[in-house]
Design a protein around this ligand. Structure first.
Ligand code: SF4
Ligand code: SF4
Ligand code: FES
Length: 389
């Protein structure tokens, strides 16, 4: 007979929930859902040993358990603290927790450029959301922020440590999903950085997943970088028969161009199924995929804005009221511009002025043209300046 599971009752922000013994406070809160779920920047339920680094998930335990109802003396990281039977937890109902979280955000941003307008992650960035929802409008930090050169980790991934918050997710993903860790955190304290030892490229066929787990714009897809803002692209779910992974992915389309392929993410922003590099980086044609339909974007996000389903187009009445005449166009832009001749998914890097000057296959002289590179990427622009692609 199957062993009966031991269940604990825990109260989070005055809501009771029953969970299995060994569940963390965070996972118990996720079972309830809604605003009372603490934010996370380093925890990732699909990866072992994550959590405990960033402290954004701090909560107050005002009663430890029924057996010992004393409060815990300090705020605890909910992603690493297991519930006890009768535990009482305060998150958004306790102003001290929210104030402490503001402090954590301020710390996370000490060395962060916060250059969202030119960052590839903007619009789908956990740190951006966290700063808006839990941060302060100013910083007390007066010193120069640390900066790093961009590093090309092989042909597909670029690391810009300037934006890294050292959450370790990519290290665990490389260990556990790609099964081949060639990078990690080198040095300590203010010098700590994600690095590949002697800047080797990351060769595993599953290594692209580090891009999806990175909560910020530190690890980016070189086949997509700066080709478009995510909120201009349309996410659809699609699949293909893939010998390496399940082939269930999300395509990010602009018209008929597949600008980006990513794994599908759940309501917590976590990958549902890991996908291989071939699906992610090599299959950039609509004909490579069977489209299932528009992605349902659960998270409050600019990506969700503008992707409506079931829209009814208003009736066009111009001709009717103008006695059958067509509207006069000031200028038909499609006849004078090469914009529609450019296949963004086919050019090797972001479009530049050169792309639209009679050579739609050209990606100009932008640094991301150079896909073969490994190591420091110092071409073209000041690579320690985050405000450049
Ligand atoms: S990673 Fe990019 S989008 Fe996110 S907060 Fe930093 S600069 Fe903004
Ligand atoms: S590169 Fe991204 S995933 Fe890796 S530690 Fe930095 S922030 Fe985390
Ligand atoms: S999410 Fe809990 S410490 Fe980072």
């Amino acid at each position: 007979m199957a062993e009966e599971k031991k269940m604990f009752t825990v109260t989070i922000d005055n809501i009771k929930v029953e969970v299995e013994a060994g569940t963390t406070i965070l996972m118990a809160a996720r079972k309830i859902g809604g605003d009372i779920v603490p934010p996370t920047m380093c925890f990732y339920s699909k990866l072992d040993k994550t959590g405990g680094y960033c402290r954004t998930c701090l909560v107050r335990v005002s009663a430890g358990s029924t057996a010992d109802p004393r409060p815990m003396p300090k705020l605890v990281a909910s992603c690493r603290t297991a519930v006890m039977d009768g535990m009482v937890v305060e998150n958004i109902t306790n102003p001290a927790v929210l104030e402490a979280r503001k402090g954590v955000v301020e710390f996370l941003l000490l060395n962060h450029p916060l250059d969202c307008p030119v960052c590839d992650q903007a619009g789908e960035c956990d740190l951006q959301d966290l700063s808006y929802e839990h941060g302060k409008e100013g910083t007390r930090y007066e010193f120069k922020r640390r900066t790093f050169e961009r590093i090309d980790l092989g042909p597909y991934i670029q690391l810009h440590m300037t934006r890294c918050i050292l959450c370790y997710r990519c290290v665990h993903a490389a260990n556990q999903v790609a099964g081949q860790r060639e990078h990690g955190v080198l040095d300590r304290g203010d010098h700590a950085q994600i690095a590949t030892y002697i800047q080797q490229s990351l060769e595993s066929p599953m290594i692209g997943n580090v891009i999806d787990v990175c909560p910020v714009g530190a690890l980016t897809d070189r086949t997509f970088r700066f080709k478009n803002r995510v909120w201009f692209t349309k996410p659809v779910d699609a699949h293909r028969d893939c010998p390496h992974c399940t082939g269930n992915v999300r395509l990010w389309l602009r018209g008929d161009d597949v600008l980006r392929v990513t794994a599908r993410k759940d309501q917590w922003g976590e990958v549902e199924e890991w996908i291989c590099n071939e699906c992610r980086f090599e299959k950039k044609k609509v004909s490579d995929w069977t489209i299932e339909g528009p992605t349902r974007v659960d998270r409050h996000s600019v990506i969700g804005a503008g992707h409506y389903t079931g829209i009814r187009k208003p009736k066009e009445i111009f001709k009717e009221v103008m006695d059958g005449r067509d509207p006069k166009l000031l200028m038909d832009i499609h006849t004078v511009s090469d914009v529609n001749k450019v296949n963004l998914n086919e050019i090797p890097g972001p479009a530049t002025g050169a792309t639209f000057s009679g050579n739609p296959k050209s990606a100009g002289t932008n640094i991301t043209d150079v896909k073969e590179g490994v190591g420091r990427n110092m071409l073209g622009t000041d690579s320690t300046n985050p405000n450049t692609p």
